[in-house]
Design a protein around this ligand. Structure first.
Ligand SMILES: [Zn+2]
Ligand SMILES: [Zn+2]
Length: 155
């Protein structure tokens, strides 16, 4: 576990407790699994990994934990067009500078990038402002993903 992971895990656990949520074994295990992973995990993957830490963890409680973590803003729930959700922990060090995704539609490779975020944030702020005014709609979040073919699949 690198420093970042440890920090993310500790942050989530503390925040849960401070907000009055019980730290059950399965909650802690799910948070540990997400903190350890650099990948975007599906529910099946989270389930298998969580089982290794806490063998009694049931799929239903893992679903509930994930919903809670998403609601509290610790975890991103992502859809990459596979018909199933994937989850990744939000880096608590630098909440504003997260990353966006390039998704290969052939092999499912997901590339995280953060080089162009400043420009993207600028543009999306302008877009959000305009849309909110025009449609009297409060935008809470948005999701930038690009779908295409990766280098390997292009060969
Ligand atoms: Zn590919
Ligand atoms: Zn990602």
């Amino acid at each position: 576990m690198n420093n970042n992971c440890r920090k993310n895990k500790k942050f989530c656990l503390n925040k849960l407790q401070n907000d009055g949520y019980r730290l059950t074994n399965s909650r802690e295990a799910v948070i540990q699994v997400l903190s350890n992973s650099q990948k975007h995990l599906s529910i099946e993957e989270i389930f298998l990994e969580t089982k290794k830490i806490h063998s009694n963890a049931g799929i239903a409680s893992i679903y509930r934990t994930l919903d809670l973590l998403v609601e509290l803003g610790f975890v991103h729930k992502l859809e990459f067009g596979e018909g199933k959700a994937r989850y990744e922990i939000i880096n608590q060090n630098n909440k504003n500078i997260n990353h966006h995704h390039l998704v290969c539609t052939k092999c499912g490779l997901i590339i995280d990038y953060d080089e162009l975020l400043d420009e993207e944030i600028e543009t999306s702020k302008r877009t959000v402002n305009k849309l909110e005014k025009q449609y009297e709609f409060t935008i809470q979040k948005h999701n930038i993903q690009y779908f295409g073919i990766c280098k390997n699949c292009n060969k």
